[in-house]
Write a protein that binds this ligand. Structure first.
Ligand SMILES: [Fe+2]
Ligand SMILES: [Fe+2]
Length: 307
């Protein structure tokens, strides 16, 4: 299993405290996956605490989302995918969940939602070409395996939370129209947190490379997830997800596709993906302003995270 926990925050000028927190969260996820892969038991109490801290950091500075969306680590690993999914879950959860316990549970589940993958052979997981039907069937066992690992190997002082964790993992690939797996249950039978996790998981997968395909730009992936919502996810949650991710708050420092750095100074409410940007990189006194809504050749490529 790749030790990739240092790869998540190479993108921006992330603050020291958030950087060390992100590293400890990545290490914790990595060590749990590693123990599970070796067939050993693992504790989840520390992960519960770290999930709460991630929510706190996200609440304080939502630009942490940039570590999941614009990671320059193109190599697929289940740990990296789980970390990114947890960042997305914390971001989305703060908008849609009022209950602190539920929010913590969503983030913690996201951190280890693919733990069942540790028992899927690497030659299937990292296959460079499209999977055969048999290989797809093998991969689709991972929610059941994950559920079992949580019950049998995952020690956690809070037993009711542990039980829910296992159930959410079991349903993470169920989809509204009964087209998911492993049980093809439908919308009203799927746990809300599994649905939210499914949206974050799908978006993370689209925006990151896999052995057989390149990553999708975050904006293009939003269109794709909007299309998928007709069949797979409840439209209201997908809409919230899209709105919150496309909205760049005023004051966000961004990098444009031509390399220039700027600050968001106004949001076009009818087109939140394309705000007005004050270019600040060359000369702090510059008055250059680009309205991305009126200049389709320019796009936001990256959020710059700073102290
Ligand atoms: Fe999964
Ligand atoms: Fe996943």
């Amino acid at each position: 299993m790749n030790q990739d926990y240092s790869q998540h925050h190479k993108q921006g000028y992330i603050s020291q405290s958030v950087e060390s927190f992100i590293e400890s969260l990545s290490r914790e996820i990595h060590s749990i996956y590693l123990l599970a892969e070796q067939g050993e038991s693992f504790r989840m109490d520390n992960l519960w605490k770290l999930s709460g801290k991630l929510i706190h950091h996200m609440r304080t500075d939502p630009r942490i989302i940039g570590t999941a969306l614009f990671s320059d680590n193109d190599k697929y690993s289940v740990v990296s995918h789980s970390f990114n999914t947890a960042i997305l879950a914390a971001y989305m959860g703060l908008y849609v969940l009022r209950d602190v316990l539920q929010l913590n549970l969503l983030v913690m589940t996201a951190c280890i939602h693919d733990i069942g993958m540790v028992q899927i052979p690497d030659d299937i997981l990292f296959k460079q070409t499209l999977l055969s039907n048999h290989e797809i069937k093998v991969i689709r066992r991972h929610p059941v395996i994950g559920n079992r690992l949580i019950y049998e190997a995952g020690a956690f002082a809070n037993l009711p939370i542990k039980k829910m964790l296992g159930e959410i993992i079991l349903q993470e690939h169920e989809r509204d129209g009964g087209t998911g797996y492993p049980f093809q249950i439908t919308a009203e039978q799927i746990h809300l947190l599994s649905t939210l996790l499914g949206i974050c998981d799908t978006y993370e997968t689209l925006t990151h490379a896999r052995p057989w395909r390149q990553k999708m730009h975050p904006t293009v992936a939003l269109r794709e997830i909007s299309r998928l919502s007709r069949e797979y996810f409840p439209a209201d949650y997908v809409n919230t997800f899209i709105q919150t991710l496309t909205y760049f708050p005023i004051g966000t420092i961004v990098k444009l596709n031509d390399g220039r750095i700027g600050e968001v100074i106004a949001v076009n409410s009818n087109d939140p993906q394309h705000p007005k940007i004050h270019i600040v990189d060359d000369d702090p006194q510059t008055t250059d302003i680009i309205d991305l809504h009126l200049n389709p050749n320019y796009n936001i490529n990256q959020i710059i995270i700073s102290e």
